[in-house]
Structure formats: structure tokens, C-alpha cells
Design a protein. Structure first.
Length: 120
């Protein structure tokens, strides 16, 4: 299984990488949405994407919309992992095609539970 993490925070990328590797994922990381799209296109196959909302160059919602606009990634699970905790943000992300939504700060158990909901 291969996961793509898209987050501008080095610390969050390291934490998520450690959590996902313990769950058996190979991990690729990107520093913003534009880099995330490049990494996604370069990968042979991504099984899941975890993406932050607030990033420079291309935010997570724009990344999500770009992924959902590409038929090649129609079934790709995308989990928003963000500090945006307002219900309007959650609704906007889900309407744009997010598969799951998790708010920072998070724990390893929270990530595992969301992944289980996605079938992992």
C-alpha cells in the first residue's frame, strides 16, 4: 500500500509518515498541493492521500478539486487532515470529494480509525 502525504509542515509530514509506516504503508510526501499533484502523477499507484488544507502555492481544497477533476483518480480516497475545524469547512471539503476529514491535533489511533473506515 502506498500513501501520499501533502502538508507544508515538516513535522506533520514526519509524524504522519511514522504512523503510516507502522500500519504498513510506503509513503511519499509533498510540501504543497502543486507538489502533491506532481508526486501523485509520478507515482505508479497511490492507495490513499492525506492532505492539509492551509498550504502555500496550492491549498488542500484546490488539490482535492484537481484530483477529483481527473477521472484517473476517481476512486482514490483523500483524507483532509487540517486545523480547519468549522462545520462549514468540513462540509465544503466533503462536497468537493474528500473521503474523510480529520482535525489537528490528531493521534495515531485517530488516523488508524479513519483509514479503517476507508477500508485499510
Amino acid at each position: 500500500m502506498h500513501a501520499l502525504i501533502v502538508d507544508d509542515s515538516t513535522t506533520i509530514r514526519k509524524i504522519l509518515t511514522a504512523y503510516l509506516q507502522k500500519l504498513g504503508f510506503d509513503v511519499t510526501a509533498a510540501v504543497n498541493g502543486r507538489d502533491g499533484l506532481d508526486q501523485l502523477r509520478a507515482m505508479k499507484k497511490a492507495d490513499v492521500v492525506l492532505v492539509d488544507w492551509n498550504m502555500p502555492e496550492m491549498d488542500g481544497l484546490s488539490f482535492l478539486r484537481a484530483v477529483r477533476a481527473d477521472a484517473e483518480y476517481a476512486g482514490l480516497p483523500v483524507m483532509m487532515v487540517t486545523t480547519n475545524a468549522e462545520m462549514a469547512n468540513v462540509s465544503e471539503a466533503l462536497e468537493a470529494g474528500a473521503s474523510e476529514y480529520i482535525m489537528k491535533p490528531f493521534t495515531a489511533d485517530m488516523i488508524r480509525e479513519k483509514l479503517e473506515l476507508l477500508g485499510f
